[in-house]
Design a protein. Sequence first.
Length: 673
Amino acid sequence: MHQGKASLPEPGNGSPDPRAAERRWRERVRLLSRIMTHPGGDTDAHLAEALRLITAYFGADAGVIGQVEEARMVVRYVHAPDGGPAPGERLPLDGTCEGLVLQAGEVVAVEACEGAAPCLEHAGLTAYLGVPLPVRGKPYGVLGLWFRSSSLGPAGAEDRSLLATLAGWIGTMLARRQDEQDLRRREARYRELIGSTLAILWEGDPETFAFSFVSREAEALLGYPVDRWIEEPNFWVEHIHPEDRGWAPAFCARATEECRRHTFEYRMIAADGRVVWLRDVVNVLAEDGRPVRLVGVMLDITEQKEAERQLREAEAKFRALVEQSLTGVYIIQEGRFAYVNPMLAEIFGYTPEELLRGCTVMDLVVEEDRPLVAENIRRRVEGEEEAIRYTFRGRRKDGRQIYVEVHGLRATYQGRPAVIGTLLDVTEQRRAQQEREQLITELEARNAELERFTYTVSHDLRSPLVTIQGFVGLLREDLKAGRRQAVEQDLDHIEKAGITMRQLLDGLLGLSRVGRLVNPPKKVSMDDLVGDVLVLLGGELEARGVAVAVQPGLPVVYGDRIRLSEVLLNLIGNAVKFMGDQPHPRIEIGVEDREGQPCFYVRDNGIGIDPAYHEKIFGLFERLHTGIDGTGIGLALVRRIVEFYGGRIWVESEGAGKGSTFYFTLPPPPDGT
């Protein structure tokens, strides 16, 4: 691929896999989180564990942290399960990958191509990934990742930025290690009362704080001649940093009055204007319970304070990465949240403070899924190292149910077992998947219906056409023979066949219009609608002597009034048409409560329907009684209208002579209409 100074490989020109990018993002968050939540204490152990995690993340065979000394790189930390350089080993820089990194001064990736790269051959590698390590803004050494049998693989700007950030963090930790070592050396010198360049030995008056003795290191550290320290009575107070001048002398005065040994940290202004941090350890010498002399040592802790500041900034950067993440991040300990980022709180509709103080983890899980979540947390806390990924149903603060996907693994937080991980709201993805599956099902049903429709139309429309063609032939013969009466009969048959075809076509046209409504939906009073339909059917009802009973106070529905009237016209018209020879025909129209939802019905005491045909009658051109006028389209049209509004329709009948009841549901008006 390339040799020498180079950047990490950029992704290809094709569109990136969103799932792969998300997975890589989670791995980065997990890496940073594990480093951030690693227990404190031994800095060497912390750095060694961080190097192990970084080596594993980039898939390298070995990871090395080295320090440059006299044109060589001394190995300080190494993680090489399958063999590698030993700590303390001195590696050459000339012609090596480490030397290339130091020359470039930035992230460098080296990988063998057609001709092997010399720096790779030197170490027997197939690829190398390295970044300079700065400590307090100065070159320190190199963080190098060695690949012996694999390539670098796909890595983009995010991994390049991650590697540079990790190098900055390691540099801060190395500075901290140096400071810890320095501090131990200083304290040893102090205990032995040996003068050093880092300590100012002094004696002073317990009442005025005037110095009677100051070691020569005072001049080296702050730049003021020792004489000034001793001759100016208020020298100490006047040269304390203005922000510390109010409390530091007062603190020392109270401790001195109590004859109490005390240590405090404050800032002094050096002769050249520098701000110097001092740790002042003061012994109060007393006689008869009264302070008579102060003896102390001032330690320069400026570099330590700077290292602490840099460490706080590095930790703040890591925390900001998590705080600003679009993925929820959590730490669970003893069934409660020890940490949540703002996104996780937003997903569940809480503030972070509410989740940390007032909620248990199970408060956010629907009851049916709590055993699953509890078991996965228990296994991680009790020692299972393998990360787990699963989905459960969560409960927001407003009561709404959501689907969330979590990724969790065992961790140690503040010295105790915990579970750390990420959480994503996948409700919209689940909804989209369900809608996609529903659409596929609907399309399959529509295709099947279209096939049945095509076959049925071709069959039922052919019948009146055959009738017309047959009687046209007979008409010609009767006209030639002069049979007038036969001609009239032929014309009657042709007219009836034409009427039948027109009814079929009108029915098909009405069926095709469902779903392409002209009128927008609105509130429709079922009381008024039933009354209007009964007026339209008044002639048929009166001619057959049908008694109609309508339940008062029918609910208001939401839809196109014209389409809904077609539902009632067909159902009530069919009830009249299929009364048979019932001497006391009766139709009942009302509503029942079915599972908390209003369910309308049209009930008659007519000829009834065999249960075997309860579903078939809703098919296109299905006619159970060919001797009764009809096209077989009416109930298909009714079902299409009801289902268009999200309702359903079905029939209940015990069989012949038992009457029938058609039930259907319709949506109520939406809120605010």
